[in-house]
Design a protein around this ligand. Structure first.
Ligand code: NAD
Ligand code: UDP
Length: 316
């Protein structure tokens, strides 16, 4: 296959580029580098089956030659980023999804949308199955991200129904691993950096909120299986192993061998407004139709991620 991966210079996008190349496919990564970095793909520059194109996917997309699959990952998923760029976030979810869908239709390509557990908002159903419609505040600060993805899902299904486009929707739950941006504000890079630098780990509020963390290699394998399947309706991918943020801070400290203290703070900005209290994927559908489930435990994944950050920070 010759595949287009938008957001290909980002964290998950760059791992997907690696995965598709390893499977023997040709990959075109497209990214405007608003938060991504060519550092994530520099090891691929010069690869005969890899091409990077700097382009904003909210603008018209043109590529010569056939394309078999489009994977649309371009977005601003970190709360710090979408709070800083609310309009860009809405535009990439709306206009960017429209442009990439139109491009896939023109090429007769299969299309995969990277959606998110955030479509469930602050969930009233736990764990979250795909059938749950969610509990999102459309006018709150997080709404720009959540609604951009809800719109993107609706647009993807509309292209499927109206144009017969062959589409897939993956709802990704918190994923972590090497190449996360050090300053993207998400809990994994924040805690690991703080633990390695001997700074206090900043747990927001009481630390009672929960998340379920999936290692990136498990996720990309699931995305590949979904693309190759014939499932059009959304599929959750994530690791159901749920943990409070307080426990997570303890775990990061232990794995990093850190003596950093843990502090409990209430951010003065909008970072924790409408912050989901719990989140855990129901992955029965992925198990059933993709034969997929995560293999990497939180301890193992964190060890690999901490090692990567240690090297990145020049600490070894
Ligand atoms: P990331 O920020 O590392 O990657 C996103 C990439 O999109 C960046 O490289 C950015 O430069 C690029 N981008 C943004 N707007 C663009 C535009 N208009 N044109 C071209 N490129 C643009 O984020 P990530 O964690 O790798 O997330 C990838 C995808 O997975 C996103 O769609 C995100 O919503 C989804 N997702 C991620 C998680 C997670 O835990 N990491 C959870 C749920 C969903
Ligand atoms: N969080 C925290 N300290 C930090 C960063 C995040 O306590 O330094 C909390 C945040 O409030 C949320 C959870 O960790 O409850 C996960 O946050 P993240 O931004 O990683 O992802 P989210 O799941 O909210 O999109």
């Amino acid at each position: 296959m010759r595949v287009l991966i938008t957001g290909g210079a980002g964290f998950i996008g760059s791992h997907l580029c690696d995965y598709f190349l390893e499977k023997g496919h040709t990959v075109i990564a497209m990214d405007n580098l608003v938060t991504g970095s060519t550092r994530n793909i520099e090891h691929l520059i010069g690869h005969e089956r890899f091409l990077f194109i700097k382009h904003d996917v909210t603008e018209y997309i043109y590529l010569k030659g056939p394309i078999d699959a489009v994977l649309h990952l371009a977005s601003l998923p970190s709360p710090v980023d979408y709070l800083r760029h609310p309009i860009k976030t809405l535009k990439v979810g709306a206009l960017g999804t429209h442009k990439t869908l139109g491009f896939a239709l023109a090429k007769g390509a299969r299309y995969l949308l990277a959606s998110t557990s955030e479509v469930y908002g602050d969930p009233e159903v736990h764990p979250q199955p795909e059938s749950y419609w969610g509990h999102v505040n459309p006018v709150g600060p997080r709404g720009v991200y959540d609604e951009s993805k809800r719109f993107a899902e609706a647009m993807t299904m509309a292209y499927h129904r109206a144009h017969g486009l062959d589409t897939r929707i993956v709802r990704i739950f918190n994923t972590y691993g090497p190449r996360m941006r050090l300053d993207d504000g998400r809990v994994v890079p924040n805690f690991i950096k703080q633990a390695l630098l001997g700074e206090p780990l900043t747990v927001y509020d009481s630390g009672e909120r929960t998340r379920s963390f999936c290692y990136v290699s498990d996720l990309v394998d699931g995305i590949y299986r979904l693309l190759m399947s014939d499932e059009v309706e959304p599929v959750n991918l994530g690791n159901p192993c749920e943990i409070t943020i307080r426990e997570f801070a303890e775990k990061v400290k232990e794995i990093a061998g850190s003596t950093s203290p843990i502090t409990y703070i209430t951010p003065a900005d909008d970072r924790t407004r409408d912050d989901p209290r719990t989140r855990r994927p129901d992955i029965s559908k992925a198990r059933r139709i993709l034969g997929w489930e995560p293999k990497v435990s939180l301890d193992e994944g964190l060890r690999l991620t901490v090692e990567w950050f240690r090297e990145y920070l020049g600490l070894k």
